[in-house]
Design a protein around this ligand. Structure first.
Ligand SMILES: *Cc1c(COP(=O)(O)O)cnc(C)c1O
Length: 359
């Protein structure tokens, strides 16, 4: 039996050359650091293996779960792979050693897991310090002791100090986090601190491993700087088509809640894309969209499987006309802003039912 091609026109096109370009952009901005390409969350919704293949020039990959690491190893990737939140249970340590993974160690519980483990080979460790994010990591006061305890363990190989910034993307900058970190770890210990924002704006934080995520996918980590200005190219274009056209008269409404009411005669295109696809329901009337490459706007509420677009100035558009929801020609940040969210949420929110296809 032949496998049916997807019949619904909604597709997430993945641009391999954009991924390669963005990785080189990261390399150019951080020429002395190794690049840990962050591919958690199914590579920010772009497909783990597709992205890993495109980013094979990276020096390593950052993931959250063992399952993702297994998929990478089974696909033949021999790169260093860092489990960004470390082991979740003692059994993870043995499995991680078997797969040759690097573990973040951020908690006392994880130190205990390593103390109890007798893995086949030592595991490299990223020892995480909490310098002000107050999410994961050891307090600065505990760092020296934990480092010494880990160093004494046969289960532990090389150690890299790690921290994560809360405000690298904000105009005010890093605050004191990096100073605290550097003072603590001393001049010789290898370290990893920079996410995309710090990689692009704070070169002093590059250290041994930078950890870019969002920039590799072509979106800007900064609210005030568009991706194009940073030299980044969108790696995903979410495309669909118009599946029906409605002619509204003055006073006619469209969609649930009848929140958009026509002020005169107008044509409306119904597009196969809704919130069950990961398009944000909070995107109100006026959210930008491209219809046959021309800018237009959404009208009314986004439904589960459909949304409505203004065709008033687009007399040629009709059933079958292509629509871009975000990506090439329409930065995802613009859609995110209209929905009161960030590009990360839209990209990672692509629903399973939206097929990925390499462009
Ligand atoms: C997700 C993540 C990153 C990547 O952050 P971006 O802002 O997407 O560059 C880096 N480091 C850690 C620990 C992360 O969890």
């Amino acid at each position: 039996m032949s496998r049916l091609a997807p019949s619904r026109p909604l597709t997430a096109l993945i641009h391999r050359e954009a991924l390669v370009h963005n990785l080189r952009r990261a390399r150019a901005a951080a020429p002395n650091a190794r690049i840990l390409a962050v591919v958690k969350a199914n590579a920010y919704g772009h497909g783990l293996l597709t992205v890993a293949r495109a980013l094979a020039e990276a020096d390593g990959f950052g993931v959250l779960g063992l399952e993702e690491a297994v998929r990478l190893r089974e696909a033949g990737f021999a790169h260093p792979i860092v489990l960004l939140e470390g082991p979740f249970a003692a059994a993870d340590v043995t499995e991680a050693a078997r797969l040759g993974l690097t573990l973040v160690v951020h908690s006392e519980e994880q130190v205990a897991m390593l103390e109890a483990a007798s893995p086949a080979r030592p595991l490299d460790v990223f020892l995480k310090v909490n310098t002000g994010m107050n999410r994961l990591g050891f307090a600065p006061e505990a760092f020296a002791t934990v480092r010494a305890r880990l160093r004494a363990l046969p289960a532990v190989g090389r150690m890299t100090a790690m921290t994560h910034f809360a405000t690298a993307d904000e105009p005010a900058g890093l605050g004191r986090q990096f100073e605290v970190f550097r003072a603590l770890i001393g001049p010789t210990m290898p370290f990893s601190a920079a996410n995309s924002a710090a990689l692009l704006r704070h070169p002093e934080t590059h250290g041994d491993w930078v950890r870019p995520g969002i920039m590799l996918y072509g979106a800007s980590p900064f609210e005030d700087v568009p991706a194009a200005v940073l030299g980044l190219q969108p790696a995903m274009t979410l495309v669909s088509r118009i599946i029906a056209v409605q002619r509204l008269r003055r006073g006619d409404a469209v969609g649930y809640g009848a929140t958009f009411v026509a002020e005169g005669d107008m044509r409306v295109g119904i597009v196969a894309c809704g919130y069950a696809d990961g398009y944000p329901r909070h995107a109100g009337t006026g959210t930008p969209v491209l219809v046959a490459g021309q800018r237009s706007r959404t009208l009314g509420r986004v439904s589960m499987d459909m949304l409505c677009v203004d065709l008033s100035h687009l007399p040629e558009a009709g059933v079958g006309t292509p629509v871009t929801l975000w990506g090439q020609g329409l930065p995802v940040e613009e859609v995110a802003r209209a929905a009161g969210t960030i590009s990360y949420e839209l990209l990672t929110g692509r629903a399973e039912r939206v097929p990925l296809r390499e462009a």
